[in-house]
Design a protein around this ligand. Structure first.
Ligand SMILES: Nc1nc2c(c(=O)[nH]1)N[C@@H](CN(C=O)c1ccc(C(=O)N[C@@H](CCC(=O)O)C(=O)O)cc1)CN2
Ligand SMILES: NCC(=O)N[C@@H]1O[C@H](COP(=O)([O-])[O-])[C@@H](O)[C@H]1O
Length: 217
């Protein structure tokens, strides 16, 4: 008797255009990510075009914002408490989502997640992976592409890359799942490097999701 494989549920966090979300949507539809479905997209930016991409694909969306959600008003002058409250509610949004997600993917999610968030998802046995446009330990944080190009022009590096890694409290320091190097020397300018990085991103975010799902207990 053949046992049907349960579909894995993916929840995606975005902040922008959503081209990496689109790569995941297309990969689920094509079966490149086998037996998987994106069940929710959450954005911290109301005008994120990724929300449109999700709606066009029939995926439920939620807008969750630090200011619009009243967190900075609730904790006036205490940005850390406001972020903490925001993150605790974000974790609740994710862990109580129906259907229950099996994997959270940060696909251009531009908000540093607090330890209370990371701990809450770990307690729920819910892995988080992140797309980062640099190699492990190279340019942690925001604006990695711009920083890589500057470092290359200053003669400090000859290559950069893209990685998918598990998310821990320390930003961009979680265990890498997939990495791919990119030679800066083959790029005429920063725009060419950015275009090459994005093309690699759209491929390895799918590979990273497949690997993370295949590692689930
Ligand atoms: N605890 C973790 N949180 C996040 C991780 C992580 O590995 N651990 N990865 C990031 C994604 N990211 C790089 O890959 C990243 C995104 C944003 C920032 C940042 O400085 N954000 C600022 C706000 C910037 C803005 O709004 O434009 C902030 O949060 O104050 C750094 C790294 C996702 N989170
Ligand atoms: N530190 C994380 C980071 O910088 N992520 C960057 O956000 C973009 C999202 O694009 P998208 O919204 O089109 O997927 C990606 O290109 C990625 O380089």
């Amino acid at each position: 008797m053949t046992t049907m494989k349960r579909e894995h549920n993916i929840l995606v966090l975005i902040s922008g255009n959503g081209t990496n979300l689109q790569a995941l949507i297309d990969a689920c539809a094509a079966g490149t990510i086998p037996h998987a479905k994106i069940v929710k997209v959450i954005s911290n930016k109301k005008d994120a075009y990724g929300l449109t991409r999700a709606k066009d694909a029939g995926i439920e969306t939620t807008y969750h914002n630090l200011i619009a959600g009243g967190y900075t008003k609730k904790y006036p002058g205490d940005r850390e408490k406001a972020r903490e409250g925001y993150d605790v509610d974000l974790a609740k949004l994710i862990t109580t989502n129906e259907p229950k997600p099996d994997l959270v993917v940060c696909a251009g999610w531009m908000h540093i997640l607090s330890p209370s968030f990371v701990d809450a998802l770990q307690a729920a046995r819910l892995p988080i992976i992140n797309l980062h446009p640099a190699l492990p330990g190279q340019f942690d944080g925001a604006n990695a592409i711009q920083r890589a190009w500057t470092a290359y022009k200053d003669g400090q590096i000859t290559k950069t890359g893209v990685m998918i890694h598990y998310v821990i409290s320390e930003v961009d320091r979680g265990q890498p799942i997939v990495t791919e190097e990119i030679s800066c020397e083959e790029c005429a300018d920063e725009d060419a490097l950015e275009a090459k990085i994005h093309a690699v991103e759209w491929r390895i975010i799918v590979q990273g999701a497949v690997k993370a799902l295949s590692s689930l207990p």
